[in-house]
Design a protein around this ligand. Structure first.
Ligand code: CDP
Length: 806
């Protein structure tokens, strides 16, 4: 009996390609506890390392005595800066062109800085050894407040830079100054301000926070003395870059270094850079000839590995009295901590902060960023962010609300009035970017209609009247945020890391039975690449996603890639995947033409194979072509079906979104309730709507954390007072609000499948929505700008300062 042939819909659905809510294939192992993380690795004879860390934020190290530590049973070695000097590794280069102590060399510059590395047969012995190392310190004056770093009499932090009047990014104007970065037209901007009918000026701070992934930073290093090969398993977001960096600084031939990133439990920018733990574990393995494991604990992760933000943005907008913006002026004081270890593409000392004109058509703008040193941990990484876009979006979105308040205009209306119009794309911003595509008005109006914006404002007016009459102690805030992201670092013309262009890559190898493997230069830390990359290939070459295995993170097998951070995977690696798949398809077409005895041009693509134009019954499926590729290719053609693509994007992609937060705050306690949070995202072509929703939920939760309480705080002596999850706000399902998600689709015109990144968007747009809601709530009591984070205490304090209890 003849079976019914599958319909076109059934054939398409069977592929589980782009647009399908395909279930995450990686979850099969994760939900069964079968993931394989660095700390799961147990090698024969493996040793463990742990750090002696500085209790002081700034101190001279007078002496280090390891005698007692070496007597602890199991302790084999104590490595100090003196040991590292013998192999020229006491200092290491940072991604930002600075140098950083691996272990304290003469002084310490932040609390919990690494001072010595104790190596032992197990972790407990290493910890015991740590407590027995005696370090003599002479405390020095500290700088915690960035606004005091460039005072005339400020203590000299970086004695190694004495006499250096220039750094990696130009002249230094003070001994604690790192760089000054300027973009835009100063004269035109000054002129716009002179002519302005209305101006606003506010110092908008984005406090210091931390990516705090569930799994901390860690590695296992194993040096094979016979082969002279070093294998490193680590929590690396960019494994190939780590291989190159290790080769350059350890002077080992790159082919003898094998870097493997196994499953990673969250990165959020924290696992991009190189840390002293990696160097010490590698040196310890070379010295002992045994594998050495280093696993950070939570306090170490929060206090010593890369922080995020600490940007203090003095922001001015010039406008007409009708609310048409005419100029933007921003000065940023950027606190980079003790070493400039920002993870940015080389030419961008303040990342992509010059996206600060946001979604608005500013005719002119001028930006200056001063980077400074302080006695805080180094970093400045893109925590769920694309190189300072999060800071930029917060800056402009708060400033637009402040302008609306001054003009007595509705903040949504002010935004609609100043948006870049659809016909202006590709749009050249005053600070140098070319926005690829956007339809901001449609997104904003969809958001306003979905949440019934006008009704919310009426409700707020009624509540304010009731508050004034003394009938309620609750104030209602409506936080509008409209952001434009810049993701997909990036085009080789302006993006590199240590001189390596920021392309990405994919290699696809099809097997005879119609299955295949795709190896990609990106590295998932939970974003679901194994699921979505197979979906791109499924749509491109008509092989079910289930038949494509995706592999990332092994530098021996994956083609060279620049890794995953800043939502660059879909814009760059995603494009490489589509391009590699298209190469497969092109060869497949030649094979099909040969087998079907027609000219290639007589074939057309049809879901999962080729068919002869005008003869729809004459077909050859991709599955059959795979088989033919291994036994009957056209004469002169090489057998096999594989392709590799290295993709250098022509431009970044510019996702955008319209968010709104509705919040009630009790003025007597400062307790807030997020009543509603609606997030509309436009990330161009959507590969997997379910994964996108998951990304948005996660990013919004991190935005909620940052805006409403998450902070790395120091006391005046440089002690970290938020060094554990007891003090550092980590929201659970109990506190996290309910998220409503929505979307529009404006494809990227230059990306092969029209997709833009999405992972960072909800954090970029979410933080201003929360902060604008709090500020909007307090605005009718006379507030202009209340700094984040908006925890209960600060809300109560704001109410008190505004005279609510008088
Ligand atoms: O670089 P990273 O993976 O962090 O960010 P991304 O490129 O924004 O991708 C995050 C996840 O969302 C990946 O699994 C993507 O494939 C998925 N995604 C999607 O399904 N459609 C898009 N237009 C963008 C991302």
């Amino acid at each position: 009996m003849n079976e019914m042939a599958p319909t076109r819909e059934q054939r398409t659905a069977a592929l589980e390609g782009m647009g399908c809510k395909r279930k995450r294939v990686e979850d099969i192992r994760f939900t069964q506890g079968r993931g394989s993380y660095v700390d799961d690795l147990k090698l024969p004879g493996m040793l463990h390392g742990d750090f002696v860390r500085s209790p002081h934020a700034h101190a001279r190290v007078k002496s280090i005595n390891s005698e007692a530590a070496l007597k602890v049973p199991g302790v084999l070695a104590v490595i100090t800066a003196e040991t590292l000097k013998t192999v020229n590794l006491a200092w290491m280069p940072t991604l930002a062109g600075d140098v950083q102590m691996v272990l304290a060399d003469g002084k310490v510059l932040f609390q919990n800085q690494e001072v010595a590395f104790v190596v032992a047969t197990d972790r407990y012995a290493a910890d015991d050894g740590v407590t027995k190392v005696v370090v003599e310190y002479e405390p020095l004056p500290v700088i915690i407040d960035p606004f005091k770093a460039m005072d005339k009499d400020a203590p000299v932090l970086r004695e190694d830079l004495a006499g250096k009047t220039a750094g990696a990014h130009g002249p230094r104007k003070h001994h604690n100054h790192i760089f000054e970065w300027t973009v835009g037209d100063k004269d035109l901007t000054d002129a716009a301000f002179r002519k302005a009918e209305v101006t606003i000026k506010e110092m908008i701070s984005y406090h210091r926070t931390h990516p705090s992934p569930l799994e901390t930073c860690q590695c296992v290093c194993s040096f094979d003395k016979v082969k002279g090969e070093l294998t490193i398993w680590g929590t690396f977001q960019a494994p190939h870059v780590i291989r190159t960096v290790v080769s350059l600084i350890a002077k080992l031939p790159e082919q003898k270094i094998h870097v493997i990133s196994p499953d990673i439990g969250g990165g959020f920018g924290n696992k991009v850079g190189a840390y002293p733990g990696y160097i010490c574990a590698a040196v310890a393995s070379i010295v002992t000839g045994k594998p050495v494991k280093w696993v950070e604990d939570r306090i170490e992760n929060l206090t010593a590995t890369s922080f995020a933000r600490d940007y203090h943005m003095t922001t001015e907008i010039a406008s007409t009295s009708e609310g048409r913006v005419t100029g933007l002026r921003v000065h940023v004081l950027a606190d980079h901590g003790a070493f400039d270890a920002c993870a940015d593409p080389s030419k961008w000392p303040a990342g992509f902060f010059n996206i600060v004109t946001g979604s608005y058509d500013f005719p002119t703008a001028h930006l200056t960023v001063d980077g400074i040193y302080s006695n805080k941990a180094p970093g400045g990484v893109a925590y769920r962010c694309s190189f300072r876009v999060t800071e930029a979006a917060y800056c402009i979105e708060r400033a637009m609300d402040i302008l609306a308040q001054k003009l007595k205009m509705d903040p949504a209306e002010l935004r609609l009035k100043n948006f870049i119009k659809p016909e202006q794309f590709p749009y050249h911003s005053a600070l140098g970017w070319e926005y690829d595509s956007g339809n901001y008005h449609t997104a904003m109006r969809k958001m306003m209609e979905s949440v019934k914006y006008a009704e919310l404002r009426q409700e707020q007016a009624d509540k304010r009247a009731a508050f004034k009459r003394g009938e309620t102690r609750e104030i209602m805030g409506i936080g509008v945020s409209f952001f434009t992201e810049i993701v997909g670092a990036g085009p080789s013309k302006n993006c590199d890391i240590l001189g390596i262009a920021m392309f990405d890559s994919c290699e696809i190898r099809m097997h005879p039975t119609g299955a295949g493997i795709a190896r990609v230069g990106s590295k998932s830390q939970g974003q679901g690449h194994e699921t979505t990359w197979a979906q791109i290939i499924a749509t491109e070459i008509g092989i079910p996603a289930d038949n494509i295995m995706v592999e990332e993170g092994n530098t021996d097998t994956a083609p060279y890639g620049l890794g995953t951070y800043g939502s660059r995977s879909t814009p760059v690696a995603g494009a490489a995947i589509a391009m590699a798949a298209r190469k497969i398809k092109a060869k497949a077409q030649m094979i099909a033409a040969y087998k079907l005895e027609v000219h290639e041009d007589d074939l057309e693509w049809d879901i999962d194979g080729f068919r002869v134009k005008g003869l729809p019954e004459k077909t050859m499926s991709m599955k059959d072509i795979c088989w033919a590729a291994y036994n009957s290719v056209p004469p002169g053609m090489e057998p096999g079906l594989e392709a590799v693509s290295y993709y250098d994007p022509p431009n970044m992609t510019y996702p955008f979104g319209a968010y709104i937060c509705v919040m009630d705050i009790d003025v007597d306690t400062g307790v807030y309730k997020v009543r509603r949070f609606y997030a509309l995202d436009d990330c161009g072509t959507r590969i997997n709507p379910m994964i996108i929703e998951g990304q948005v939920h996660g990013g919004l939760t991190e935005a909620f954390a940052i805006a409403m309480g998450q902070e790395i705080r120091y006391d005046d002596e440089g002690n970290v007072v938020t060094g554990s999850f007891m003090d550092f706000f980590m929201p659970t399902a109990v506190e996290t609000p309910h998220w409503e998600t929505d979307f529009t689709v404006t494809p990227s015109p230059h990306h092969p499948i029209g997709a833009k990144g999405v992972g960072e968007s909800p954090n970029v747009g979410g933080v201003p929505a929360f902060s604008n809601a709090v500020n909007d709530a307090f605005s009718f009591l006379g507030a202009t700008h209340i700094q984040m984070p908006h925890d209960f205490w600060r809300n109560w304090k704001a109410a008190k300062d505004l005279g609510v209890f008088a």
